[in-house]
Design a binder for this molecule. Structure first.
Ligand code: C2E
Ligand code: MG
Ligand code: MG
Length: 742
């Protein structure tokens, strides 16, 4: 039964959910109105039943009862009138009737008239009674009474009226007795009729009462059922509105809390179901948008790998976990060695494909728990977690993964129908706990990666703290170098250049930095920084301007007017588009003789962009400026190119000097360089000459110009000028010509 009711309840609930809420409310209200109407009708019907009962008792039965009672009264009254007339008697005094009882005539007549009237009333009341609607049983009783009444009237009462008129006492007395007897015979019939009225009334009353009770029961049951039905429907209706609304609220709360996975049940087809459906699509749209936003915010669009932001997040978490687990983790910075050239030569689309392929390959080398992220460009970072608790073992594990990645990247790629070979430089740093900040970890891996790059690329390096110290010092130096120019901390040192009889040819100007804290800083420590930061351009200009100004100053003195100054030019400086114009401007502004100016270029610089180099050198050469090939012998020494360049001097690198007297190989190279220069008609100078043996050896090979500690270290101007005036330095006076030993 219970299951049946539950099923019914569920069925109605389901049906209701398929009906609009408006229709549902309207139906409920309609039902309420219908039930109220039914109850009202039932009440009215009950009242009508009561009224019928009352009418049947009071309106139908009471007049008949009254008539019968009147007849009874009238009949009794007749008896009383007869008795009264009989009681008023006289005793006859006349002789013949002496002793006979004689009625009072007047009283007898009054009684006779009264009885006559009563008879007429009885007649009239009876007729009226008989003319009313009588039931069969009542009519049977009435007929019985009518018969006994007629006997009573005709056989006793009417004769009694006659005898009363006659004032006949004896007859009246006899008839009175007869009347009484017949009255007694008729009276039970009348009583039966009266009783019948009572019985009928009783029946009508009890029927009415019963109908009323039944009606009341029906009303109670109907009311109870109506209350139950209305409450039940109300509950279902409320539930059908409130429950989905609760779900809507819950979904909204979840959405505002950033959760888009709420289960939404669309139970029917009503308005709320429509709201639910709209909410469902809104939720899934928001979920998709959120996913897209998440994807945009945390993933690299090209490779779908986590981006820097997500990596930082994961690294932060990995650091926290490692604090608890005491296990090492690793940050592996990957920089592709040849990406730029692939991008430049094959185009960006192919470059993108290459990066996607790299992403897949790196990913395939990792465990699920590890992360590979792309930071941008060709820079990837791998986060390794759950490594060993022992540093050495953790390092081995990390290195193993690194090597695996390197091997994967080294496998050839088929890009744009061409076989490409990838390689990468990787820097690895380990971490355990929160000893270092996230930025510090990135920095360390980055330092290690640069170390791998400097190490010849396509290899993996672990972070080395010493390198970091020097890097930090280098960064600090770069900041300070900015101030060096403006705060006049740069100095030019002059290193004397002499010929085979120690005649002063001039000098090479070498830059020094008088650092306020560190003292004298040598160019090896700051020229590369100046190169990288671009500061070499204004610094180089300052060197050139100072050297030219010095040439100008020397030109006024015959003892120094022939000095030649060699100025080092760095690659970045030379590659400036305005380099030629800038040099010419400085020469013009200072008034220096370009013939006395020599620019030192290195082989690698010259050969990098040979067309640009040739053009610039030719232009400057055209102005009278000479060129010296610095550090010659260490680079590629592309002889073919050398012949096409306006080079006036080869400067044999100082590295050959050390062993020139002892190592046959070095001696042979130096000899070859000198021979080559001779055959090309180019002057030659040896730098780094420290001993007389070396000088003699060089002289023997045919080199007659020298620079080195043997003659003088790089020194301030005053010292150089002093040195050039001193005995051992022979100042050549051959005006105009360069002292080149050919
Ligand atoms: P470089 O042009 O090859 O300069 C010669 C270097 O050899 C100088 O080092 C000099 O002090 C050193 N040297 C000269 N004779 C001897 C010797 O007998 N024995 C030894 N062991 N060394 C000797 P410095 O001054 O430290 O300069 C180093 C490099 O810095 C230069 O090499 C040059 O490439 C660069 N440099 C110096 N000044 C400038 C500059 O003004 N501009 C540019 N772009 N580079 C400069
Ligand atoms: Mg030099
Ligand atoms: Mg050199």
């Amino acid at each position: 039964m219970l299951t049946l009711l539950t099923r019914f309840h569920l069925y109605i609930t389901r049906v209701l959910l398929n009906v609009n809420i408006g229709v549902r409310l309207f139906a409920l209200m309609g039902l309420a109105a219908f039930v109220s109407l039914l109850l009202t009708l039932a009440g009215m019907w009950g009242l009508a039943a009561s009224r019928d009962s009352l009418r049947s008792v009071y309106e139908n039965r009471m007049p008949a009862l009254q008539q019968l009672a009147d007849i009874s009264t009238l009949m009794l009254n007749n008896q009383r009138l007869l008795l009264k007339a009989l009681s008023e008697i006289n005793i006859e005094a006349s002789e013949e009737r002496r002793g006979i009882l004689v009625m009072n005539k007047a009283s007898a007549l009054i009684a006779a008239d009264a009885i006559k009237k009563n008879i007429a009333s009885i007649e009239s009341v009876w007729r009226s009674y008989m003319s009313s609607a009588l039931s069969d049983s009542e009519r049977t009783l009435a007929n019985q009474f009518e018969k006994s009444r007629d006997t009573y009237l005709n056989e006793a009462l009417l004769p009694a009226v006659v005898s009363l008129r006659d004032a006949n006492y004896a007859k009246t007395q006899i008839l009175s007795i007869q009347t009484y007897t017949l009255y007694n015979q008729a009276s039970p019939h009348l009583q039966a009729l009266i009783q019948h009225q009572f019985d009928t009334s009783q029946l009508a009353y009890s029927t009415g009462l019963k109908r009323y009770s039944n009606m009341r029961l029906v009303a109670y049951v109907a009311l109870g059922m109506a209350i139950f039905l209305m409450s039940w429907l109300g509950v279902i209706l409320t539930a059908s509105i409130v429950n989905p609304l609760k779900q809507v609220i819950a979904v909204f709360n979840n959405i505002s809390g950033g959760r888009y996975d709420s289960r939404i049940t669309i139970a029917g087809r009503d308005e709320i179901s429509e709201v639910m459906a709209a909410l469902q699509s809104m939720q899934s749209k928001l979920g998709e948008d959120e996913l897209a936003i998440h994807q945009l915010a945390f993933y690299d669009q090209l490779t779908n790998l986590p981006n820097r932001r997500l990596l930082r997040d994961r690294l932060q978490r990995a650091v926290s976990i490692s604090t608890r687990s005491h296990q090492f983790g690793g940050v592996l910075m990957i920089d592709l060695d040849n990406f730029k050239s692939i991008n430049d030569t094959l185009g960006h689309d192919v470059g993108d494909l290459f990066l996607q392929e790299i992403a897949l390959r790196v990913q395939s080398c990792l465990r699920q728990s590890d992360t590979v992220a792309r930071l941008g460009g060709d820079e990837f970072v791998v986060l390794l977690v759950d490594l060993s608790q022992h540093e050495a073992q953790a390092a081995m594990q990390a290195e193993e993964v690194g090597e695996k990645i390197l091997t994967a990247i080294n496998q050839p790629f088929m890009l744009a129908n061409q076989l490409q070979h990838g390689s990468a430089s990787m820097g690895l740093c380990l971490f355990r706990g929160q000893n270092f900040s996230i930025d510090e970890l990135f920095k360390r891996a980055d330092i290690a990666m640069y170390q791998a790059k400097n190490n010849g690329r396509n290899n993996l390096r672990f972070y080395d703290p010493k390198i970091q110290d020097s890097l930090e010092a280098r960064i600090a130096l770069e900041t300070e170098l900015h101030a060096a120019l403006t705060e006049n901390q740069l100095r030019l040192y002059y290193q004397i250049q002499v010929d085979h009889v120690r005649g002063v040819l001039g000098a090479e100007v070498l830059l020094r930095w008088m650092h306020p804290k560190h003292g004298l800083v040598f160019p090896d420590q700051f020229i590369p920084i100046a190169e990288e930061s671009g500061l070499i351009v204004p610094i180089g200009e300052w060197v050139l301007r100072t050297a030219c100004a010095q040439l100008k100053s020397w030109s006024k003195n015959p003892a120094t007017s022939n000095f030649i100054l060699s100025v080092n030019v760095s690659a970045r400086q030379f590659r400036q588009p305005d380099f030629v114009a800038d040099v010419c401007k400085v020469v013009a502004q200072t008034g220096a003789n370009p013939q006395r100016l020599k620019l030192e270029l290195t082989e690698s610089l010259v050969l990098h962009n040979i067309a640009d180099t040739t053009d610039k050198m030719n232009k400057l050469n055209g102005q009278g400026i000479h060129f010296s090939m610095d550090d010659f012998g260490t680079g590629y020494s592309s002889l073919a190119h050398l012949t096409n360049l306006p080079i006036q001097e080869l400067k044999i690198d100082r590295s050959f000097m050390r062993n020139i007297t002892t190592k046959h190989r070095d001696a042979v190279i130096v000899q070859a360089i000198i021979d080559l220069a001779k055959s090309l008609g180019i002057a030659v100078i040896a730098e780094g000459v420290e001993s007389e043996e070396q000088r003699i050896c060089l002289e023997r090979f045919g080199c007659q110009s020298y620079q080195g500690y043997l003659f003088g270290k790089p020194m301030p101007l005053e010292d150089f000028e002093k040195l050039s005036r001193s005995d051992h330095a022979v100042i050549r006076n051959t005006a105009g010509d360069l002292a080149l030993a050919i």
